[in-house]
Write a protein that binds this ligand. Structure first.
Ligand SMILES: [Zn+2]
Length: 156
C-alpha cells in the first residue's frame, strides 16, 4: 500500500494528464481541461482514504493550512469514515468516487435547506446550472481515484 505522500505525489502527477484528456475529448476546450485538472487535483483532499477514522494526509494538509477548516473537514468526513470499510467501496474506481460525490452532495443539500429556511438562499440553482462542468470535475476526480487504486495494489 502506498503512503499518503505517495498518493499526493501521484495525484499531482496525474493532474496534467487529466487536463490533457479532457482537452482532447472536448475538442481543445481550455475550460474542460481546467475543470478536469482541478477535479483530479482535488483528489489530494477528496481522497479514497477519507474512509479511515484516523488522520489522513488530506486532513493533515488542511489542518496545517487552516486549523478551523481542517477541523471542519475532519468533522464532515468522520461519518463517511464510520460507514465505509477502509479500502472497501471507497476505493473501487468510479463507485468510490461517486460515493464521496454523493456524500458531499447530501451535505450540500442539507446546507441548502438550512440556508433556504433561515435566509431564503437557494444553493441548488448553481449545481443545476453547471451540471456539465461538475461532471467534468468529477471525471477528473475519478482519474485521481483510479491512480490511488492502482497504487494501493488494484484491490477491491
Ligand atoms: Zn487508499
Amino acid at each position: 500500500m502506498a503512503s499518503g505522500r505517495t498518493h499526493v505525489a501521484a495525484t499531482i502527477a496525474l493532474t496534467p494528464m487529466a487536463a490533457m484528456i479532457a482537452w482532447q475529448l472536448a475538442g481543445g476546450e481550455p475550460t474542460a481541461a481546467a475543470l478536469a485538472g482541478a477535479g483530479c487535483l482535488s483528489g489530494v483532499l477528496i481522497s479514497p482514504d477519507l474512509d479511515m477514522t484516523g488522520r489522513t494526509i488530506s486532513e493533515t494538509i488542511l489542518l496545517r493550512w487552516n486549523m478551523i477548516i481542517g477541523r471542519l473537514w475532519i468533522a464532515i468526513w468522520y461519518p463517511y469514515a464510520l460507514i465505509s470499510k477502509h479500502r472497501g467501496l471507497s476505493h473501487v474506481p468510479v463507485f468510490g468516487t461517486l460515493s464521496r460525490v454523493i456524500y458531499l452532495s447530501a451535505i450540500y443539500v442539507g446546507v441548502h435547506f438550512l440556508l433556504q429556511y433561515y435566509y431564503s438562499l437557494d444553493l441548488l440553482q448553481w449545481p443545476i446550472l453547471h451540471q456539465q462542468e461538475l461532471m467534468i470535475f468529477v471525471a477528473g476526480l475519478a482519474i485521481s481515484d483510479f491512480g490511488h487504486w492502482v497504487l494501493d495494489g488494484c484491490r477491491f
